[in-house]
Design a protein around this ligand. Structure first.
Ligand code: FES
Length: 81
């Protein structure tokens, strides 16, 4: 049976430095071994990575719980888990 919910990788965001206008693929399934980035582990599931292109080069907090409502960036939802 196919999973309906993503796997919670961890209940806090990943602080990562991202470069302006570079394309990053955020793992939405929670199975990636390279979280918070996609490593292709979603193959065969309903989940797909989400493209994120930072507006400027700086540190970002990418969601690790996969439940964020703003998809890719942490919105604090992990604090309710
Ligand atoms: S880590 Fe997912 S909302 Fe913060």
């Amino acid at each position: 049976m196919e999973k309906k919910e993503p796997k919670i990788t961890r209940k806090e965001p990943y602080k990562v430095h991202l470069e302006e206008n570079k394309k990053y693929f955020w793992c939405s399934c929670g199975e990636s071994q390279n979280s918070p980035f996609c490593d292709g582990s979603h193959a065969g599931t309903k989940f797909l990575p989400l493209l994120y292109t930072p507006p400027k080069s700086e540190d970002y907090y990418l969601c690790g719980c996969k439940i964020t409502l703003t998809q890719t960036l942490c919105d604090g939802t992990h604090s309710k888990l």
